[in-house]
Design a protein around this ligand. Sequence first.
Ligand code: ADP
Ligand code: MG
Length: 414
Amino acid sequence: MSSRRSLSNLSVWLGTTLVGSLVELSNDRSVFEFDEEYAANSDRPVLSQSFFEADGSLDLEPVEKQMKLSPFFSNLLPEGALRKYVAERAEVKAVRDLPLLRLLGDDLPGAVVVRPEEDGPLIEEMEEAVSTTQPVRDVEPLRFSLAGVQMKLSAAGTPEKGLTIPAEGRGGHWILKLPSAMYPYVPENEHSMMRFAREVGIEVAETGLVPVEEIGRLPRGFLRHGENALWVKRFDRTDEGTRIHMEDFNQVYAQMPDAKYRNYSYGNMAEDLARIAGVEDVREFVRRLVFSAAIGNADMHLKNWTLIYPDGRTPKLSPAYDFVSTIAYLDDFGMALSVSKEKDVRKFDEDLLRRFAARVPVPEKVIFDAALETAEKIVRVWPSLQGDLTMEGKAVGLVSERIRAFPLTGRLLA
Ligand SMILES: Nc1ncnc2c1ncn2[C@@H]1O[C@H](COP(=O)(O)OP(=O)(O)O)[C@@H](O)[C@H]1O
Ligand SMILES: [Mg+2]
């Protein structure tokens, strides 16, 4: 391994544990290799489920790639318009993964940090150290990374005292999801659906709305397409300034980002969750699946489900995020992934639920109870909640219709 070391090597860290290195090769190729000490450490923090062999040992095969990095790392980077924007501001090419990861490596999703080998591990800064008072300069690169396609920024401060984009372009414990021109009122929709989910008993990330005008140091390049942005409190950063590791299910399955709608079903996910996290997590997974079907959320692909590692080693389902009633923008009956080979939400009835449950290694009753209790709560909570939401009236009407059309909730209204 050492024979190929060069100045451009990047080290991969989990806190102060060196996990491995990304070695840049010729022709835009790179290879990821685990560090020998990390591989030999029986109490090592977990980078990703995808590196485990069936017998629980670490898969030490170096992964070589061209242009893109291997799936775990490629999935750490922003997608779509945000990726283009970040790349342009830093004057790097948006198609190549490695230069982007080098730029963003100090502020990635979860606890993983990627930095030049000679820099050593990142010493955590307290949030107070983030400067928020310098004037806005649109030329500074943004240096945080989150996946997803919506335009978003990392913010410091608090919703009560004000949220500010840090001058360094990184740091901060809040995600700001900005309004878009193409899909009006997404922040209001998402905030409403997150609140609905919470009232139904789902564990959700904390969210709120903030007028775009009140965001401190918002780069001018971010056009104001609507009145409000959504703030989301990060669950992979603690108030003490430490980081909690996490990975999304596209990383669990070692798939490249653009495969997030492919190759795996909700059945696969529940089955794997039962094995790696346990029965409580399956219960919560089923609640979220039923909720997403009931509100017309057709975007619960593999990157909208995450495993979090509170102790660095033991995975569990992270709080829920990115709940949007997407039928407000694209009215169809599809789900992002299939339930027992079926994507049409009108076919998601007790029979289909039974077929889905058959392959998940937990008692069928666990899945049925979670699904039916959630359906009942949805039907009970919605009538009084709907008048008290920030989302558009038209979108509220579509959710009501969808609750009637989805068999598990519709049968309770018949
Ligand atoms: N509260 C949160 N804490 C930490 N990470 C989050 C949180 N919410 C979302 N993320 C991460 O950020 C990514 C993008 O957020 P998401 O809400 O899914 O945005 P988009 O609408 O662009 O898909 C997610 O895939 C997830 O990895
Ligand atoms: Mg998302």
